[in-house]
Design a protein around this ligand. Structure first.
Ligand SMILES: [Zn+2]
Length: 441
């Protein structure tokens, strides 16, 4: 049996109060004990002025878009999503692999141990298996044009899912992402729902992200409707909110992640909570694309609603940094509500750990430092000039800490990042390959 003890000034288990001067015993990849410090310094790894906490859960991203960082800047949402589609067409499978590895490198550097990752190119399963991160990989599905038959789209999806299964493990599992309400037509949703009954896969879907989406779904108007008519795509507005429409299509259930939900009425929130679906909040992406501010404070007051946090991709947010995301989420809610009580630092840290794990159906194994759970744990320095002194560890982590304050990242007790080294990823090769700049603009 392998056993190792980690100690530090603070331990934040998330499912209980912080422990000052504590230690964590990890045995065979599991958390065996969380307790006050008792092991002599020469018999444990002591991080000193630092915090030990669960690995962060980035519940929505597109790791494969890392190579597109900085490429599509400062343009409105609609031309942004069109330009992204064109840029994607110029990349090869090999390009996508290196791009996804760059995303994984960044996640592990910043203490992310679990991702909910959408993939169109289909290489994320391989990369997660290589680097040892935990996650659910959602294979994206598109099909708005009813001139394109449904059956071949579902057959192609089945083939991709079968290929992904080769990489499935205790850490990595597969799901499906019907991309969005404006890229999947109702007949394709029906066919997907039939397929999901036989496969029992979790889903992730972008809902109510932009005002343009609401205009389309509620009124059949706006830039999406104009694009449909230019391309000869027939599409009927259901004359309801995006959340109501997602529910009508059968996209909301306890295995669904509803990504964004920026434009949501109180009734929509109640509907979503009743459906059992979880919401993933991506505030920086929403702000950067001018999509709006989601009602996070309301969600946190809604009983039974599971909420997680996501960075979204490097193309809409630039960084896979959940520390920055947590800080931004909290400050934004306080700014718009004009209330300090709107969201607390402890609530935000919970969203980025246990909240995300609950949303993804993984809280039986990760999200908190609870004996019996898998040892997904990080150490974060509290001795850097912008963090020290850390009398209140929640305040130190949420208002001051950054991704580069992370000292150690463990998944199942396995070291995935440790003081400038990634034992499972070749960082030099990743920089070299991504620098080759295959992206054609
Ligand atoms: Zn997304």
């Amino acid at each position: 049996m392998t056993s190792i003890t980690y100690a530090s000034r603070w331990i934040l288990p998330i499912d209980g109060p912080p422990i000052e001067d504590g230690e964590i015993v990890i045995e065979n990849g599991l958390i065996a004990e969380v307790r006050p410090r008792r092991t002599p310094a020469n018999e444990c790894r002591d991080f000193g002025e630092a915090a030990l906490l669960p690995g962060l859960v980035n519940a929505h991203t597109h790791l494969e878009y890392s190579v597109l960082r900085g490429f599509l800047e400062d343009i409105p949402f609609f031309p942004w999503i069109r330009a992204l589609t064109v840029a994607k067409a110029s990349l090869t499978t090999e390009d996508w692999l290196w791009s996804t590895r760059l995303g994984a490198l960044e996640c592990l550097r910043g203490g992310i141990t679990t991702v909910g990752d959408n993939t169109d190119a289909g290489v994320s399963m391989q990369v997660l298996s290589e680097c040892g991160m935990r996650g659910t990989i959602y294979q994206e599905l598109f099909g708005i044009d009813d001139r394109e038959p449904v059956d071949p789209i579902i057959t192609a999806l089945q083939e991709k899912i079968s290929a992904h299964r080769y990489f499935e493990s205790a850490r990595v599992r597969v799901g499906v992402s019907p991309h969005a309400l404006y890229t999947i037509r109702p007949a394709l949703f029906d066919a997907l729902n039939k397929y999901l009954k036989s496969e029992d896969l979790p889903i992730s879907i972008h809902i109510a992200e932009s005002p343009a989406e609401s205009q389309l779904i509620e009124h059949g108007a706006g830039s999406f409707a104009e694009m449909f008519s230019r391309r000869g795509i027939t599409w009927q507005s259901p004359q309801m909110t995006p959340t109501q429409y997602a529910n009508l299509l059968g996209a909301l259930n306890p295995k669904s992640l509803a990504i964004h939900c920026v434009h949501q009425t109180p009734e929509d929130t109640a509907l979503l909570a009743a459906s059992g679906a979880a919401i993933i909040h991506c505030p920086k992406s929403n702000a950067k694309l001018g999509a709006g501010v989601a009602p996070l404070a309301r969600w946190l007051r809604t009983d039974g609603l599971r909420v997680g946090l996501g960075t979204d991709s490097a193309v809409s947010n630039n960084v896979q940094d959940l520390w920055e995301e947590m800080r931004f989420a909290l400050l934004l809610q306080r700014a718009i509500s004009e209330e300090v009580e709107a969201v607390s630092a402890a609530q935000i840290l919970r969203l980025a750990t246990l909240g995300g794990a609950e949303a993804m159906g993984l809280s039986d194994r990760t999200g908190s430092l609870t004996p019996g759970k898998r040892a997904d744990m990080i150490a974060v320095s509290l001795s850097t000039p912008h963090v020290f002194p850390a009398a209140d560890p929640y305040a130190a982590l949420i208002y001051s800490a950054r991704a580069d304050d992370v000292l150690l990242t463990l998944c199942d007790g396995e070291v995935l990042y440790d003081a400038g080294r990634w034992p499972t990823l070749d960082s030099r090769a990743i920089y070299k390959q991504v620098r080759l700049g295959r992206l054609k603009t």
